[in-house]
Design a protein around this ligand. Sequence first.
Ligand SMILES: Nc1nc2c(ncn2[C@@H]2O[C@H](COP(=O)(O)OP(=O)(O)OP(=O)(O)O)[C@@H](O)[C@H]2O)c(=O)[nH]1
Ligand SMILES: [Mg+2]
Length: 653
Amino acid sequence: MDEIDYDQELPRELIKCVVIGDTGVGKSRLICAEALGVGILPPQPSQKQHVHFPTVFAIDQYHVSQEIRKRGNFKVDGVDVALRLWDTFGDHEFNRKFAYQHAHVVVLCFAINCPNTFKNVNAVWYSEIKRYCPRTPIILVGTQSDWRMHFKNSSLVNVSRSLSKRMQDCSLVTPDMGRQVAREIGASYYEASVVTMWGIHDVFENAVRAALITRRQTRFWSSHLKGVSKPQLQPPYLPDKPDAPGINVEVSTYKENLLALLHSGMCADVEFLVRGQAIQAHRAVLCAAAPVFAELFSAKELVINSGIRTPRRLVFQDALVFGKAGSLPRGFVAITSYNKTWVSDECSFEVQVIIDNFVSHKTFMYILEFLYSGVLPVEACTDELEEAAQDLQICNLVDYVTNVLNNVGYMNTEVHSNFIRGMASCSKKLVNTQMFSDIVFKIEGRIILAHKSFLVAQCEMMAAMFMAGHFKESGVQVVEFKDTNFDAFLKVLEFLYTGQCPCLALDDTLAVMALANFFCLPRLVALCEQVIVKELQVSMASDEMAVAEDVIGYLVESQVHNASQLEAWCIHFISTHYNAICRKCPKLVKNLDTSTLKNIEEKRWPPSWYIVEADWYEKAAEQINNEKIAEKLRKSHKQVRRKQKCTCLRVSA
Ligand SMILES: Nc1nc2c(ncn2[C@@H]2O[C@H](COP(=O)(O)OP(=O)(O)OP(=O)(O)O)[C@@H](O)[C@H]2O)c(=O)[nH]1
Ligand SMILES: [Mg+2]
C-alpha cells in the first residue's frame, strides 16, 4: 500500500489505522469521536435500552467525506500525516483479514467496564493480530473510561447490569491492569471516553507516532521522521470538581394553608352571620390581617358598660367602638360575646358578629379569603366587593380590587407583598400574647401562650394533635413538651405564625432545626440549613479549612435531624477536602459511621483512582526524563571518546 497520500497538495504520511476489539466496546463511537468530533451523552438511570448498532462491514467508511478527510490530516511531531481510520466488526467469528492488510497501526479496544472484553485482548485479539500483521505496532485502548465516574452511581450500574450481560459481575479494569497487559503484548496503553471526549485524540496521535516510528525503522532515508517521539504517557483524567449542592427551600404555602383553615372551619372562634348564614373564622388571623378586626374584637373589653349584659352573653350594638361614641363601623351590626359556660346553648363560638345586610354572603366570603391569603380571583373583584371593603376599612383589599377593576392587576404584586409583610409583622406580635390565645405550652417550666388557628393551619402534626380524640393534647388546655428549648420553640412558633424564616443566630439554629424536624416542618428545616451553610461559607471565605471541625459536627447533627440537604453539603465539603480534613481532625473523621465514610469515599474529589494514577504518572514521567538524560550523557560520552580517539591517532602519526 502506498504510504504517501498524493491526494493532498502537499504529500503527507498516510497512516492506515485499524480499530479492533470485542463487539460493543465502542470502536465505532471512538472513530466517530475522532473523525467527526461527536460524542455521546452520559448514560442515564432512566435509559431503557443500550443503543448499539453493530458494525456490519469492515470498511474504511470514513474515507468518503471531505470533512472527515480534512480532520484526519494533522501534524504529529512536525510530520504532516493523513490518518485513515478503519472500523471493523467485533464478532469473533467474522474474517477481518482484508481490514488488517497494509495496516500501519492497530488500535485494540476493550471496555474498562467489561472485564470479559479485557480477557479477550490476550485470548482472541492478540493472536489474530499476530496472524495477519505480526509486525504492526499495537495501541491498547480502554474505552468507556467515564465508567470510573459513573461506577459509584449504583442505580446506573444496576440498570446497566440488567440491560447488558456484559455488565454482570462487573468490576472496572484498572489502568494498572491495562498497562500490565499492554506490556505483555508490546503495546502502549491509553484510555478514552466518548462521553467526556477525554483521551480520544491521545489514542490516535500516539497511534500515529507508533506507526511513524516503525516506518522510520524501515525507511532510514526519511529524515523528516527523525523528530517523531515514542508514544507519550497519558496524563490521568481529572473529572470536574462537582459543585457544592445548594440548599433548596420549598416555596411557602402559608397563604394556601390559611385558606384551607378558613374553609375547614377548624379551631374557629368567631362566627359571622351574613344575611342569616353563618361563616366561621379565626380572630387571631383576622386581627393580624386587618387593623379593623383587631380594634373590633378588642374594643368590647373597653366598652363593657355600654353593652347589654345578661348572664349568658354580652351584646354590643351601637356602642362605643374604636374609642368613639356612636355606632359600630358601617357593615358591622352587632357583636355578641358569649360567656364561655353558656357557649353550648346558643352558639358554639365565643364571639358572634352580625354583618349588615348590604354585604352578601358571597362578598363577605371573598373578603375573608383575601384576609387569609392576600389574593383573590379576578372574577371576585366587583364593585360590590370594592364598596364593602371601603365600608369595612380594609385598605389593602380596596387597592387590590380597584387595580383589577382598572385593568392594572399587575400592580397587585406589590399590594400582595405589602399585605403579607403587614400580616407577618402583626402575627409575630401575637406569639406568646394572651389576646385570643386558646392554648398554653409549658416548656422548660415556662409558659408560652399560643393560637391554635396558626398552629393547625401551618403544621400538620399540630393539626393532628389538636384534632378531637386523636392525641391526648386535643382535650387539654396546657401542653407540656419535655427536653425542648424554650427559645427554639418560640422561633418555631414565629415561623408558624408568619410563614417566614425567624431571625436566627447560628447558635440557635441547630435547636430550631431539631424542633422543625420533630414537628415535620421541612421548609423550616431547609431555612435552618440555609442559615448554617451561609454562615459556614462566610467563615470559609478567609480560610476554607477553618470550618472543618464544625462541618463534621453539623454532618452528625444533620443526620440525626433528617436535614438531608445540610448532610449532602457537609459530605461534599468533606469529600472535596478529604486529605486536609483527615490530617486536621483524624479522630472526628474516624468516629463517623461506616456508611457515611463509604459515602464520603465514593464522592471524594479528586477521586482516589485519580490520586493513584497521578502518582503513577509523576513517577513514570520522572523515570522517562531520567532515561532521556542518561541517554544524552551516553551519547555525549561516546562523542568525546570518539574525538579523543581521533586526536590520539593524529598525535601518533
Ligand atoms: N458510557 C460510555 N458508553 C459508550 C462509550 N463508547 C461506546 N459506548 C456505548 O457502547 C455502545 C456500543 O458502541 P459501538 O461503538 O457501536 O461499539 P462497537 O465496538 O463499534 O461494536 P460492534 O460494531 O458491534 O463491533 C454505544 O452505543 C454506547 O452506548 C463511552 O465512551 N462511554
Ligand atoms: Mg461498530
